[in-house]
Write a protein that binds this ligand. Structure first.
Ligand SMILES: O=C(O)c1ccccc1N[C@@H]1O[C@H](COP(=O)(O)O)[C@@H](O)[C@H]1O
Length: 222
């Protein structure tokens, strides 16, 4: 249905899962970072995952996870993909893919041009890349801070695997972000909430609509 695929991350309530699915999201994210307002324990995430309709990918977001945590998550709930949102090395990405047999999305933070070369290296080992804003030095959270980065840095960039754009996206700016970068997948957490961890059904629907609204993308970005 959608040209631009959307991921809504950090769902914490059954009604939010239902609204995100109704909005047409392609991926739903469940957050296992304890300091996040979107954090879920495994039984709660497992319960929500059961409500996800077939055809929508269930993504678990983890930050520098050890095998014990990943064993517990993969053994405790249905899931389709693992999102690595920490400083996991390319070797660790490879290890996690092999151990769990699940596709891995590796997140890289971008603030300036120096942050771009690692995307090439991770693009050789991860199944997908997620290009997010680099968190500020003293940030509590490695993501979900509602911060954008200079999208011109990645305009027209391509990597060996599919990639998503994230970082401060909202229903109001996602169209510009797509037009500027040529992204065909976008991810949002805080930009579709009424309060931290509480998703807003209207904002989620508006986000998916805006991501798929007709727009002029310069030919070189298509
Ligand atoms: O959302 C969180 O709380 C979070 C915590 C720890 C790591 C990542 C987190 N969220 C991810 O961050 C990006 C961007 O979020 P936002 O749209 O800027 O709020 C997104 O990938 C979330 O998946």
């Amino acid at each position: 249905m959608n040209d631009v695929r959307t991921k809504i991350c950090g769902l914490t309530r059954p009604q939010d899962v239902a609204a995100a699915a109704a909005a047409g999201a392609n991926y739903l994210g469940f957050n296992f970072f304890p300091k996040s307002p979107r954090y879920l324990d495994i039984p709660s995430a497992g319960q929500l995952a059961l409500d996800v309709p077939p055809g929508i990918a269930k993504v678990v977001l983890v930050v520098n996870p050890d095998n014990a945590l990943l064993d517990a998550i993969t053994g405790g709930m249905p899931l389709d993909m693992i999102q690595l949102h920490g400083q996991e090395s390319p070797e660790r990405v490879t290890e996690i893919k092999a151990r769990y047999g699940l596709p891995v999305i590796k997140v890289l933070g971008v603030a300036d041009a120096e942050d771009l070369p690692p995307l090439e290296a991770y693009g050789r080992v991860a199944d997908q890349l997620l290009v997010d804003a680099k968190p500020p030095k003293n940030a509590e959270l490695p993501g979900g801070n509602g911060l954008t980065f200079d999208w011109r840095l990645i305009a027209g960039r391509r990597w060996p695997v599919p990639w998503m754009l994230a970082g401060g996206l909202t229903p109001d700016n996602v169209g510009d972000a797509i037009a500027m970068t040529g992204a065909t997948q976008v991810d949002v957490a805080s930009g579709v909430e009424s309060a931290p961890g509480i998703k807003d059904a209207e904002k989620m629907a508006a986000f998916v609509r805006a991501a798929n609204a007709p727009r002029n993308v310069p030919p070189k970005l298509r």
